[in-house]
Design a protein around this ligand. Structure first.
Ligand SMILES: Cc1cc2nc3c(=O)[nH]c(=O)nc-3n(C[C@H](O)[C@H](O)[C@H](O)COP(=O)(O)OP(=O)(O)OC[C@H]3O[C@@H](n4cnc5c(N)ncnc54)[C@H](O)[C@@H]3O)c2cc1C
Length: 375
């Protein structure tokens, strides 16, 4: 096949790699850093279809969270205590590893606590959580070292300015970070550690040893790692990876904003936090799961109107706010919540399906897959 490359491009840019990583999201870049930390002379190339990463890692909410109570109870009911705790451990340890590899001040990490709030519409979930709180604190103690990871703090609801909140639970060990700062740091550090990142490089197919771009250009490497998360089926259609769009809005600055911390609402389907004196609010996939099962980065009136309604009715009652930003990002789900970390062809590895919690588990996943790859 005719190559779009010149002789020079083909000889030097296309053929000199030990490892090619597809996707410059958090997992792709952390994987490159681990590989180069262990083998500094390795030649590592990251191929990213966007000029910026274009998936979830620059479009998320920046929650450094490992589990709100109602979400863990639902997970335990569905998959059992073992798988639920395995995932909690992956998130908790993943966050620890993230903080060992990115200094707190370079991603504005703040341990303000994670919260779950309940209104009269969630009375069943609220009552379940209260009943299970002591048992969950016992389950979490070996991990967090805290006698009470979860605490009932309903009396604090008014200090945040909420309306109609009948229950509030705090997870003391959770935090939040600045997603943009984190991803900017990772891009700079990945490059500094010796990897080359090529943006505007959409991969069309992957085979053992060869990666083909949509214009027919071919790149060659001994080992290939696919970290395309929600977009993986375009390359590897047999994997159980289903996209899930997440829509977000950020208000303009709000003088006297009382909300501080990372909050979950309605089984975690809504989440909000403060950022730079503004409020970030996202979620609403549960309003129409089928429509949100897409890789299309669009916004819908249904979800955006519901987010605005929540702002007015529960989170910032009586405040006139204007919206500064609205965007969407794409997550990856499947039958199980655990990520897929596997060799799918000879020396072709995948680390995908972060189930909407890649900030938490992503660095651990990158470490795990790069430890398994024989490079
Ligand atoms: C709205 C939203 C809020 C979220 N909030 C949180 C949160 O608060 N806390 C948390 O822990 N997690 C959160 N997440 C999830 C988290 O952001 C993701 O799990 C994580 O970023 C996934 O990282 P990744 O590197 O696997 O995938 P991505 O960041 O999606 O990276 C994959 C990359 O692959 C590239 N790519 C795809 N196909 C190709 C191709 N064919 N060729 C070349 N490049 C390709 C994409 O452009 C993309 O840059 C949220 C996600 C969303 C969408």
């Amino acid at each position: 096949m005719k190559t779009p490359f010149s002789y020079w491009e083909d000889q030097f840019f296309a053929r000199s790699w030990d490892v090619i990583i597809i996707g410059a999201g958090l997992i792709g870049m952390q994987s490159a850093r681990f590989l180069l930390r262990n083998h500094p002379s390795l030649k590592v190339l990251i191929l990213e279809r966007g000029y910026l990463p274009h998936g979830a890692s620059t479009r998320n909410a920046g929650f450094a969270c490992f589990g709100s109570l109602s979400e863990l109870i639902a997970h335990e009911e569905k998959e059992g205590t073992g798988p639920m705790m395995d995932l909690v451990r992956k998130r908790y340890n993943g966050l620890k590893l993230l903080r060992q590899t990115v200094p707190d001040d370079l991603m504005n990490y703040e341990e303000l606590g994670g919260y779950e709030l309940f209104t009269s519409a969630d009375s069943e979930a609220w009552s379940d959580c209260q009943k299970q709180l002591t048992r969950y604190n016992d389950l979490m103690k070996p991990l967090t070292g805290l006698p009470a990871t979860y605490r009932l703090v309903t009396e604090q609801a008014s200090s945040f300015g909420f309306n109609g909140v009948t229950g509030l639970i705090q997870n003391q060990a959770e935090g939040q970070l600045d997603t943009g700062k984190l991803m900017h740091f990772l891009w700079m550090e990945t490059t500094r550690s010796g990897a080359m990142i090529l943006g505007g490089a959409p991969v069309q197919s992957v085979q053992s040893g060869v990666v083909t771009l949509s214009d027919g250009g071919r790149f060659y490497a001994g080992t290939i790692l696919v970290t395309t998360n929600a977009f993986t089926r375009q390359l590897l259609p047999s994997l159980d990876v289903v996209p899930g769009r997440g829509q977000v809005l950020v208000t303009d600055p709000i003088p006297g904003l009382k909300v501080r911390g990372a909050f979950h609402y309605e089984d975690g389907y809504y989440y909000f936090r403060d950022v730079g004196g503004r409020l970030l609010l996202g979620g609403g996939r549960n309003l129409d799961f089928k429509a949100e099962e897409t890789t299309d980065f669009a916004l819908t009136d249904l979800v955006q109107n519901r987010l605005k309604h929540l702002l007015k009715s529960v989170i910032l009652p009586g405040k006139e706010v204007t919206i500064g930003y609205q965007w969407s990002g794409i997550m990856a789900f499947g039958a199980e919540k655990a990520p897929i970390i596997a060799e799918v062809d000879r020396n072709v590895w995948v680390a995908v399906r972060m189930s909407g919690m890649g900030v938490a588990i992503g660095t651990g996943v990158a470490k795990e897959v790069t430890d398994l790859m024989k490079v």
